[in-house]
Design a protein around this ligand. Sequence first.
Ligand code: G3I
Length: 387
Amino acid sequence: MFKNSSPNRRRFLYIALSGLAGATAIAVGKNIDPIYYSHTLDNSKRDFRVTGQDPLKKRAAAKGLIYGAACGQGILASDKNLKASIVRECGVLTPENELKWQFVRPRPDVFDFSRGDWMASFARAHNMLFQGHTLVWHQQLPEWFKEVVNRQNAEKFLVEHITTVTKHYAGQMHAWDVVNEAIKPKDGLKAGLRQSPWLKLLGPDYIELAYRVAAQADPKAMLVYNENDLEHNTPEHEAKRTAVLKLLERLKSRGTPLHALGIQSHLLGHGSLNPRKLRNFLSDVASLGLKILVTELDVIDQKLPSDSMVRDRMIAAMYEDYLSIVLDERAVIAVLTWGLSDKHTWLSMVTPRSDGSPVRPLPLDSNFKPKLVWNAIARAFDQAPKR
Ligand code: G3I
């Protein structure tokens, strides 16, 4: 049922999936495919107890894993409670926006590393790894981009950007999200590629070019392909898993210096998981010799009940269920949440709740106190097989 997972783990997972959280086993031929609905109410009795007081980074490290979070430079510099929580809980830091074209490239001939440098030195000062995000994306391109960049000069701009930025941080970066979200099967293009400015200007080879240039500029950094919407039991996510796997196979067959897949993991609290499909996808990625990072984990609670006690249990159940499947794959080496506290989450703006109550997607509440999500992540690390 699960490729490459250990027999006792398989048994545990199968029992867990068909027993806890109201998993519904759907008979598919002779295979039983338990589908996981973590938000079902019967997880109200679920035990989220954790032993000891160790922070998440320590629990992760005990299993050879890395835990960390994304954060904005401005709030990290100004919110002392956030700073203390990041230092306590995180072994890796990712700038939420500061290394994107929007901030690094204010003008065609100007690079602004001020915010990124501040975060790199913060990470260094607190013995944290530093993960760059992101060198090539279709979003947050600066205003001048569409006026200035064209088919004739696009390669120059891409090569110059990646070379300058990765050289600037060479030796400081644990990993780089080099290309972000290049696949979108709904766009109906060959190989499921997204209709991005980069594809329009340079054709499909922009992806391989990006990794070759980044590897030349910083041979030490782990080069990651980062993608969203790979996690759930939906036809869209399954189509994306298939297209991403094919992209990775193509890149590896051409000797592209690509080292890892980042699965963003912006989970839907009301969504479902198919452990077999998800686990087999991870195993297929690992069989390419790639590592895997959970890069932007949070849970969208827009469609969950208003009651924060009930909602917290559902969100925590999704975290623990998802991570118990993902961490069974030993190629998974890191888990980063997209933020650490509900006080600072992009979801407040992008997926506000219709009842007006604050969203609750992250391990710490708005007063930086651990929630059941924190317990769920701690339990997932404590139960994960050692790398
Ligand atoms: O900095 C400008 C500011 O000058 C301006 O006044 C303000 C009002 O428009 O906008 C500010 O820029 C905002 C930027 O975040 C920095 O705060 C953008 O509007 C806003 O759209 C942008 O949102 C970011 C979003 O990516 C953009 O798509 C979120 O903070 C960030 O969390 C989110 O992160 C992405 C990952 O990079 C990739 N994976 C998906 C994830 C969520 O979308």
